[in-house]
Design a protein around this ligand. Structure first.
Ligand code: CP
Length: 339
């Protein structure tokens, strides 16, 4: 395990190749232990981990909480509806309250971009040792999902020896509602770090042309990109064309709840063009892997026949891999604290 330099995990835009290596070495170790029957280890005994989800979640919340329990941490969770938010407490004060209770790590999800960043700044300004782990913020970032997707794809192409470099020059098609997707943004940072070339496929309202420049400059709060050379990003408006050369497809959920205006002529016409079906997939003559971060909208962006019957549909692998990946992230943040 290399040196770990992040107190908070907010985005993958500042991850170096060594950072990915540190996460994946641990992910492999925790997965092997689990497969060998060791469900729980005392690595984080005495740590307090708090999950603060201001927005709904099934996979991320439960797998982070399970990951924390498997590392023997104490776990508490915050539920907005039964909290003092209803009495006017701000979300920053809520987070500071959990830090004051002795939380070592706050796992935070919010519908607005950069809420975890703002909380981390407030904690740092008060000399708190508490770390923040972003579990998905608005349109910005979902780092643990980006990591588990990278891990899942790497294992598909190199099952025995984990080697993300295997993705170098592979064409990864990210399909659908890229604009509203923090998962897509984290996938792009993670996959291009290992030289994968991204094809974004969808209508102009959901994939503006500017996305081709997404990784060409660092985000405003970051001085430089730690990755020396990244894969490219291109845009296609035709699934039937772009799927022909794809080595993998990551399907995205159509995020109707984030659409503030009518961006589609109709769901029906969107699905006719962009719902991944066995017929559209048959334009590709390899048995390529299909991923989807979930939750899925069957028949809108992905057909049930792909989800239930296609052998290389990796949705369940993504969910399973989420637990050791998140154990790795919690472990690394707990080690940072001891340095
Ligand atoms: N992929 C994902 O973030 O799923 P949840 O919203 O269920 O956590």
């Amino acid at each position: 395990m290399g040196n770990w330099s992040h107190k908070h995990i907010l985005s993958l835009s500042n991850f170096s190749l060594d950072d990915y290596k540190s996460v994946f070495e641990l992910t492999e170790r925790f997965k092997s232990l689990n497969n060998a029957g060791t469900k729980k280890i005392p690595a984080l005994q005495g740590n307090l981990i708090t999950s603060i989800f201001f927005e709904a979640s099934t996979r991320t919340r439960n797998s982070f909480e399970l990951a924390a329990k498997r590392l023997s941490a104490d776990v508490q969770s915050f539920s907005p509806s039964s909290s003092s938010l209803s009495k006017g407490e701000t979300l920053i004060d809520t987070a500071l309250t959990y830090a004051a209770m002795g939380s070592d790590i706050l796992i935070i999800r919010h519908s607005s971009s950069h809420v975890p960043l703002e909380i981390s700044k407030k904690l740092d300004a008060s000399n708190s040792k508490t770390s923040v782990l972003n579990a998905g913020d608005g349109l910005h970032s979902h780092p643990s999902q980006g990591l588990l997707d990278l891990y899942t794809l790497s294992k598909f192409f190199s099952p025995k020896l984990l080697k993300p470099e295997i993705l170098n020059s592979k064409q990864i098609l990210i399909l659908g509602d890229v604009f509203h997707s923090r998962v897509a943004r984290s996938n792009i940072w993670a996959l291009t770090a290992f030289g994968a070339n991204i094809i974004l496929c969808g209508p102009p309202t959901l994939i503006p042309e500017e996305f081709t420049n997404f990784v060409s400059s660092s985000p405003p709060n970051q001085i430089k990109d730690p990755i020396p050379s990244r894969g490219s990003i291109t845009i296609s408006r035709s699934l039937e064309d772009s799927i022909k050369s794809a080595d993998a497809v990551i399907v995205l959920r159509l995020q109707k709840e984030r659409m503030t205006e009518n961006l589609l002529s109709s769901i029906k016409s969107y699905s006719e063009n962009y719902c991944l079906t066995p017929e559209k997939l048959s334009k590709n003559n390899k048995d390529i892997p299909i991923l989807h971060p979930g939750p899925i909208n069957r028949g809108i962006e992905i057909s049930s026949r792909i989800v239930d019957e296609y052998p290389n549909c990796l949705i369940n692998d993504q969910v399973s891999n989420g637990i050791p990946t998140r154990m790795a992230l919690l472990y690394l943040l707990s080690k940072y604290k001891k340095n």
